[in-house]
Design a protein around this ligand. Structure first.
Ligand code: M6R
Length: 612
């Protein structure tokens, strides 16, 4: 969470910083701020509670001149979201400004010691401790900024991506990272830095991803220098970005979320491209590690949120198709559960952003215990993509809406291909299953296009449910995770309480909730458990509940019992969550829009959860 941006060059930095903050706003939008060094060596810091546009209004009459600056958009961890706690934070003597993404765990101990040495604190944040510490070390040891930053970071426990500027060295930005991402953009006569590449892409496609424990010394007009934990120069590996500006814009849609829902026709094509070939699956990550996949005794999937839901579907897919036992763990629980992991295990980490702190920690634990770790990520070059031994990108392009949509369908599609690829290697998948499933995978983009035609009906339907307080989502087998995902989509963007449940478990408790005020969404494609789910629908109806059923085309039985049916095309059962997710996403979207909620930036949330 939190996004940081920096610029050093010959242009006015304010517009560049603000534009960058807008791109990073998905990471947090509790407050925003900038610190700019002008030609008179004045350090101007402006911050404001709320979104980046509030900061822009606040700065309208301010002096924002200057060609060196750092900026921040905040997702609050330490201290409430207000102007004082907003970043950048300034040192006591007013020379240094610092922005930070992460958490300093030992900030209390450090703060106490600094107060004893006479430092005065203005905010409740952990970040202010860091800037005060750097100033204290710099003055006390009479050392340079880079020496002070290096020493301060040695004293810090926690996660950080930081950028610091100093009035005394107005041609320099120092940046560093540990467990929070930081990308440096190399332009012709300017250098950029940001939490991800999106603020950089307008100016250059040449980037350097900072590694953990590295510190970058960015000097105006000089080549980038990076040092590692041993204070030795690091090798600077310049990568070329494959990202276009149009991917970061709404393209005529009112919200990124709606754009991303519609994009799924194209993103699944990109996800599948080159991977389904002559009714077989070609995944380079699997082929290059065939021995690990052949000999694995067990697969453990670790993920959070929507990615965890995709993991639950992945478990069914891999067990059904590749016949390997699979466990699915919340990364946040797994990392503290003292898990039994052996070198015969494969750990699959699923993450859209590739930056989720808990998933990263689960990966390090798995690696420590000798497991082979495979990543299923979206963001190319992200921390998880780099921390894993190998992996498969989902290639769905930047997902900006906080609610995950196209990443979910990309993750499930990759997991289906992964299950088939492992099944091919282990000889567990029949030709018939391969032909049927690969053909259906190739059909997915067209079937999603057809399913999106439900949009208008769902928009109408949403009017009935705008003021409902609770929702129940039910599904069975492959679609129990769809129920969880549908409920998560609704609650995160509309603030309506929603629970996902395995349909048959309803009678063990949740059935008590059912009355005419509680609508139930049932995901009920024609699968092996179709008759059973019809009984579950009857049980809801018998108690006065209303039912919205997601069914396959031509399902007359459910049509005659449910209040509303949304018809989706039939696919093999194992791929049905991909198609079923489309009406679930649209239903959540339209209800949230009708309620007047900010669907792209729901309250209290951030797209990328880089703190515990
Ligand atoms: O980037 P990741 O996939 O690791 O993120 C995991 C969750 O934070 C994410 O899926 C979250 O639950 C979304 N807001 C769901 O829409």
């Amino acid at each position: 969470m939190c996004g940081i941006v920096g610029y050093i060059g010959n242009a006015q930095c304010f517009p560049i910083l603000i534009k960058g903050l807008h791109r990073l706003e998905y990471r947090g939008y509790d407050s925003a701020g900038v610190a700019i060094l002008n030609d008179n060596n004045q350090l101007n810091i402006y911050k404001s509670r709320g979104k980046v546009e509030d900061l822009e209004h606040f700065c309208e009459s301010k002096d924002v001149e200057g060609t060196i600056g750092i900026a921040h958009t905040r997702w609050a961890t330490h201290g409430e979201p207000n102007d004082v706690n907003a970043h950048p934070h300034c040192s006591s003597h007013g020379d240094l400004a610092l922005v930070h993404n992460g958490t300093i765990e030992n900030y209390n101990v450090l703060k106490k010691a600094l107060i004893e040495h006479g430092c005065e604190f203005k905010s409740e944040t952990d970040t202010e401790v860091l800037v005060q510490l750097i100033e204290y070390i710099k003055e006390n040891n009479k050392c340079t900024l880079i020496e002070a930053v290096t020493e301060a970071l040695e004293q810090v426990v926690g996660a950080y991506a930081i950028a610091v500027i100093d009035r005394n060295t107005p041609d320099t930005i120092i940046a560093a990272r540990k467990s929070s991402p930081l990308v440096i953009g190399i332009g012709d006569d300017a250098t950029y830095l940001a939490s991800d590449a999106t603020p950089i892409i307008d100016y250059t496609d040449k980037v350097v991803y900072l590694n953990d424990d590295e510190i970058a010394i960015i000097k105006k007009g000089e080549p980038l220098q990076v040092i590692n934990a041993d204070k030795e120069p690091s090798n600077i590996d310049i990568k070329t970005l494959k990202l276009s500006v149009s991917q970061l814009e709404k393209g005529g849609y009112p919200h990124f979320m709606l754009k991303e829902i519609y994009e799924q026709v194209m993103t699944l094509e990109d996800c599948i491209r080159g991977r389904v070939y002559n009714n077989s699956i070609v995944l380079s990550g699997v082929n290059e590690n065939s021995e690990a996949f052949k000999s694995a005794h067990r697969i453990i999937i670790v993920a959070c949120g929507t990615s965890w839901h995709a993991g639950l579907i992945g478990k069914r897919l891999i067990q059904d198709i590749a016949r390997v036992p699979v466990e699915v763990e919340y990364a946040s629980e797994f990392r503290y559960s003292n898990p039994v992991i052996t070198p015969n295990d494969i750990v699959i980490a699923i993450s859209q952003s590739g930056e989720t702190a808990d998933t990263l920690a689960a990966i390090s634990l798995a690696k420590e215990k000798g497991a082979f770790v495979y990543g299923v990520c979206n963001v190319v070059g992200s921390s998880i993509a780099r921390a894993t031994d190998s992996g498969t990108y989902i290639h769905v392009g930047p997902e900006i809406g906080v609610a995950s949509t196209k990443a979910f369908t990309g993750q499930v599609t990759v997991l289906a291909m992964l299950a088939l690829a492992i099944g091919q290697l282990r000889g567990t998948v029949s030709t018939d299953t391969l032909v049927r499933t690969t053909s259906a995978i190739e059909m997915l983009p067209a079937l999603i296009k057809e399913t999106l035609k439900l949009d208008k009906d769902i928009e109408k339907l949403s009017r009935t449910y705008t003021y409902v307080h609770n929702f129940l989502y039910l599904g069975r087998g492959y679609n129990f995770p769809s129920a969880l995902e549908g409920a998560l989509k609704l609650k995160e963007i509309s603030y309506i309480h929603a629970e996902g449940y395995p349909a048959a478990e309803m009678k063990h408790g949740p059935i008590a909730l059912i009355d005419h005020e509680l609508p139930t969404v049932v995901i009920a494609p024609m699968d092996d458990l179709h008759d059973k789910i019809i009984s579950n629908i009857r049980q809801v109806k018998a108690r006065g509940g209303s039912v919205i059923a997601i069914v396959n085309k031509g399902d007359k039985t459910i049509k005659s019992i449910a209040d509303f049916t949304l018809e989706i095309p039939a696919v093999p059962e194992c791929l049905s969550p991909i198609i079923a997710s489309i009406p679930l996403q649209l239903l959540a979207y339209h209800i949230a829009v009708k309620k007047g909620c900010n669907v792209d930036m729901p309250r209290n949330l951030a797209k990328s959860v880089t703190v515990e």
